[in-house]
Design a protein around this ligand. Structure first.
Ligand SMILES: Cc1cc2nc3c(=O)[nH]c(=O)nc-3n(C[C@H](O)[C@H](O)[C@H](O)COP(=O)(O)OP(=O)(O)OC[C@H]3O[C@@H](n4cnc5c(N)ncnc54)[C@H](O)[C@@H]3O)c2cc1C
Length: 571
């Protein structure tokens, strides 16, 4: 059972090389810490690279009236007031500076006539606020952060997956993982750890998310004693591709609606008139997603069960300039020319508002030395995220997490790594090869995705959620007997067997929290409790580990100071 493994030591270990992880790494390096960044995929290929529409920051380059107060108000209203108000305040205040910094580091944004960063409209934002690079903003962001980080000297461990956090008493002490290519094990020792592993969308069958989104960071933190918060709030983006089947779920960026795209049903009716006559297509994502779903369910959907989204009233030149990826995506994947006719779109699982519960100032979890940022962390977005607020979240809280992690590393002694924990982590990884019987990880994953899609989806009720939880328990038992064939050399079935464990943990947390919240709010829609509930407006759901069991409790939503209350109440 004991196998030789390589070990590495850093002041700060960052798990994840998306926008949050890279921004954290840059900051920790700037504070003088030695930094290691581990990522499952290649550097530059993190999920952030897929971000399309833009970064929300109240720079007022296009709409002069915009300021942090309006951005704060929009974020709190979009999140239905379950947000951590302090995170929303920090985010609104610091985003413009983080975008300017990105520009200084070499990001080339689209420009206004007078040479400022151009900003576009997006759902739920009062003003034109999204700084963008056509519909390839994430690519420019990752390229810039990666260049900066490599230039500053981060140590990168790519195609390396972490499977367990190691602890020294109560504090975080390191991480255990494996190289995806060779299957060999690796141990990291670190004074501070930043979890920046992104979301959980691969637990659903229709999703815009990349293969990396298996909820690893949230599950690892949970297993290490960290609390998870607001796990019921899973965002279904209204516009994913619906046809052909092989591309179902791939995102159709909100920038299409931001640039004037119009939604209609099969009768040609602009149905958003009935759901949100004021904001129409630029209503918040939860409202538009439910509207499209309802139109299809009530028989007014398109041929393949979605809605039409049309931008062809704009000139072909404009569409190709502002939405180049969308143009190519539909041309190549669906044989549709979006400059000439409509796209077919429908809801797709997109973003996780819930995640690791952190402190607003430092991004530290309740486990000393364990920090979290980006989609893996909870708090900023409350019950529903506004488009563009994730990329600014990564910059603002990535930086804060990196700074606080470096500071923490200066203040503590080197932790000890417990050999028993490493042995246990090794045993867990090797077990699927050693079992006689058991099932393939692919079959179990398929069934989990169907379970989450059918019972823990866009509309929920008591019966479905209980059924979902029951199915998840059965899947857990099957996953405990999962069997892997072949060797440890690049073995995707083996990788998935481990990822399944994370997906089952986060899926259970989502279903449990969703069952408990007996109201509809933001992205959480209960058919059996269709309205807001005053009591629930004051509570966040908290998930924590109690031995082998998952415990659910509630914590009061933090009270907003009067001057901020005044801002959110203004018209
Ligand atoms: C198609 C699409 C378009 C989007 N467009 C926008 C937009 O325009 N504006 C906006 O604000 N938001 C957008 N979003 C959301 C936004 O892109 C994400 O929320 C954000 O990029 C998450 O960044 P992150 O740094 O938290 O994680 P990621 O960028 O996903 O990075 C996660 C990192 O963690 C690593 N990792 C995961 N698990 C492990 C493990 N076990 N061990 C080691 N490493 C691990 C991964 O390899 C990766 O490097 C979009 C999302 C999608 C899917």
């Amino acid at each position: 059972m004991t196998e030789k493994y390589e070990t590495h030591e850093h002041d700060v270990l960052i798990i994840g090389a998306g926008g949050a992880g890279l921004r954290a790494a840059i900051e920790a390096l700037a504070q003088g810490a030695s930094v290691g960044v581990v990522c499952k995929s290649l550097l530059g290929k993190a999920h952030t690279v897929m971000a399309e529409g833009g970064i929300a920051a109240a720079m007022a380059n296009v709409d002069r009236k915009d300021d942090w107060r309006t951005h704060f108000r929009d974020t709190m209203r979009g999140g239905k007031f379950l947000n951590n108000w302090r995170m929303a305040q920090i985010h609104a205040q610091e985003s413009p500076e983080r975008v300017r910094e990105l520009e200084q580091w070499g990001a080339l944004f689209d420009r206004t006539q007078d040479g400022n960063i151009l900003q576009r409209a997006f759902g739920g934002h009062t003003f034109k606020r999204l700084c963008h690079v056509g519909d390839r903003t994430g690519l420019e962001m990752i390229r810039t952060l990666q260049d900066r980080g490599v230039h500053l000297g981060i140590d990168v461990y790519m195609e390396c997956a972490i499977t367990r956090l190691l602890k020294d008493g109560d504090r975080a002490a390191g991480a255990f993982g494996y190289w995806r290519e060779s299957g060999r094990f690796i141990v990291f020792k670190a004074k501070s750890i930043v979890v920046a592993t992104g979301g959980i969308g691969k637990a659903w069958s229709i999703t815009s998310n990349s293969w990396e989104y298996t909820g690893d960071g949230m599950a690892l933190a949970y297993e290490a004693g960290a609390e998870l918060m607001d796990m019921e709030f899973v965002q279904f983006h209204p516009t994913g591709m619906v046809w052909p089947p092989g591309v179902q779920g791939i995102l159709v960026t909100e920038a299409v609606r931001g640039e004037g795209g119009i939604l209609t049903n099969k009768d040609g009716e602009r149905f958003m008139q009935r759901y949100d006559p004021e904001k129409m297509e630029l209503s918040t994502r939860d409202v538009v997603a439910r509207a499209i779903y309802t139109e299809a369910k009530e028989g007014r959907g398109t041929e393949h069960g979605g809605a039409y989204l049309d931008i062809s009233h704009k000139s072909a030149e404009y569409v190709k300039k502002k939405l180049p990826s969308m143009y190519h995506q539909f041309r190549e994947l669906a044989d549709v020319d979006i400059t000439k006719g409509p796209m077919e779109v429908g809801p797709t699982c997109h973003y996780m508002m819930g995640g690791i519960r952190v402190d607003a100032e430092t991004a530290q979890s309740n486990v000393p030395g364990l920090f979290a940022a980006g989609e893996a962390a909870a708090g900023l977005h409350g019950a529903n995220r506004l488009g563009g607020n994730s990329l600014s979240d990564l910059l603002v809280f990535g930086r804060r997490a990196g700074a606080a992690a470096a500071k923490h590393a200066q203040q503590v002694s080197a932790p000890a790594v417990d050999d028993d924990q490493v042995k246990e982590a090794t045993r867990e990884m090797l077990a699927p090869f050693e079992r006689g019987g058991g099932e393939s990880s692919y079959d179990i994953h398929h069934d989990l995705q169907e379970t989450m899609q059918n019972y823990v989806g866009i509309f929920r009720n008591d019966e479905d959620l209980k059924r979902g939880l029951h199915e998840i328990q059965k899947l857990r038992e099957r996953a405990a007997r999962v069997r892997v064939e072949g060797s440890r050399l690049f073995n995707p079935g083996w990788h998935l067997a481990r990822d399944l464990k994370s997906m089952l943990t986060v899926s259970e947390a989502v279903a449990l929290s969703a069952l408990e919240r007996k109201e509809s709010r933001g992205a959480h829609s209960r058919i059996d409790f269709p309205n807001y509930d005053e009591q629930w407006s004051k509570l966040n759901n908290i998930i924590s580990r109690d031995g082998e069991a998952m415990r659910l409790s509630q914590a009061p939503v933090l009270e907003m100071p009067p001057e901020l209350k005044e801002i959110v109440e203004q018209q």
